[in-house]
Design a protein around this ligand. Structure first.
Ligand code: NAD
Ligand code: DAU
Length: 350
């Protein structure tokens, strides 16, 4: 039996990936390694926790000994590394946390894998999940390709860029078998409501202001989370060692157009008169160093491995809204306590 270690499996993308892998590959043992920070929630995986091929280990990737212990205990054949501090705004308030988890945490995993796999590295794989934000910010035209020079501009993206460089360095220096993907903005169920789409859905449901940063003209390329998961599966099984693959939705939206679309979908679903939610839109102080535009060229992944996104944006967004409306209990649980303090603090002076 192959044992696959997925880090950050209790988070947004990680929980979708764990569920997908547990169900698709009953012959694999899937170990979910997660510290359970504010963003990690085992409720996300309730439907797979009883499965025989699933195991959760609560571990902090910043703790090198604890990480090594997991590698000593289980015969891990592959790692898919997602554990990270992932929210740009938090990286502006508290950059240091991002350096520990995203850089030191990654090198702890690389060291443990290198040590454990030294006899037969070719039978293993370290897959590092990264972001398009490492490429910096685009102007009105152009797309990020795998050859675009790194130009990270927030503490979050700088820490992710650093981890990407370390993963490549371990490939070149120590011949550790690695692969990297850089993906655009994901959306879907189970996303922590500090991120744009679930935050807006939650605020509309509670008749709260919708805080749009700056003029709302920044552009993001949105991809349904299960399409990211299917790309990871493909790259993990068929990707070329040492290579990088960009993943994106070819689906660019300005924030304000996206929020307007969400408002229309929410009005319809909640039976409110058209225009009700749009009245909640409030322009607030911009994010410091706010990257203008991200857009991904994923033709390498499409041409070499045959991947393509499965959902049109309207369909995916509607599905997402329906998920949050049907899972109000989940939203209320994650928005109580610490998150409420974070929210009050983040938006009080905007
Ligand atoms: P998330 O914040 O929802 O989840 C992160 C998970 O990592 C949580 O379960 C958390 O408990 C865990 N974690 C954090 N620190 C840890 C530590 N020290 N030890 C062990 N576990 C720890 O993040 P996400 O949005 O699901 O993103 C997952 C990965 O994908 C990240 O590496 C992120 O950079 C990358 N990514 C995200 C997006 C996106 O749009 N969300 C896009 C591209 C790439
Ligand atoms: O591009 C991939 C990245 O996408 C991932 O690496 C990150 O982990 C993920 O958080 C996401 O980063 P963004 O900063 O693009 O996502 P966020 O949802 O925070 O913001 C999306 C856009 O919406 C961005 O331009 C900022 C804006 N925004 C965000 C929030 C939370 C607002 O206007 N108002 C808000 O309240």
């Amino acid at each position: 039996m192959k044992t696959l270690l997925i880090t950050g499996g209790a988070g947004f993308i990680g929980s979708h990936l764990v569920r997908f892998m547990v169900n698709k590959y009953p012959e694999y043992r899937i170990i979910n390694l997660d510290k359970l920070t504010y963003a990690g929630n085992l409720e996300n995986l309730r439907d797979v926790e009883e499965k025989e091929n699933y195991l959760f280990v609560k571990t902090d990737i910043n703790d090198a000994d604890a990480v090594q212990k997991v590698f000593d205990e289980f015969d891990i054949s592959g790692v898919i590394h997602l554990a990270a501090e992932s929210h740009v705004d938090r990286s502006i308030t508290n950059p240091t946390e991002f350096i520990y988890t995203n850089i030191v945490g990654t090198i702890n995993l690389l060291n443990a894998a290198r040590h454990q796999w030294k006899d037969k590295p070719e039978e293993h794989l370290f897959y590092h999940v990264s972001t398009d934000e490492v490429y910096g910010s685009l102007g009105d035209t152009g797309l990020f390709t795998e050859a675009t020079a790194y130009d990270p501009r927030s503490p979050y993206s700088a820490s992710k860029a650093s981890s990407d460089h370390l993963v490549r360095a371990y490939f070149h220096t120590f011949k550790l078998p690695v692969v990297i993907s850089n993906c655009s903005n994901n959306y879907g169920g189970y996303q922590f409501p500090e991120k744009l789409i679930p935050l807006m859905i939650h605020n509309i449901s509670n008749n709260k202001p919708l805080p749009v940063y700056g003029k709302g003209l920044n552009v993001r390329d949105w991809l349904y989370v299960d399409d990211h998961t299917s790309a990871i599966d493909l790259i993990f099984h068929k990707g070329t060692l040492g290579e990088t693959y960009n993943i994106g939705g070819n689906n660019e939206w300005t924030n304000i157009d996206l929020v307007n679309l969400l408002c229309r979908i929410m009005d319809e679903k909640l039976g409110h008169p058209e225009g009700t939610s749009e009245k909640l839109i409030t322009y607030v102080t911009d994010r410091a160093g706010h990257d203008l535009r991200y857009a991904i060229d994923s033709s390498k992944l499409q041409n070499e491995l045959g991947w393509e996104p499965s959902l049109q944006f309207n369909e995916g967004l509607e599905k997402t809204v329906e998920w949050y409306l049907a899972n109000e209990g989940w939203l209320n649980n994650v928005t109580s306590g610490d998150y409420q303090k974070y929210y009050d603090n983040m938006y009080k002076n905007r």
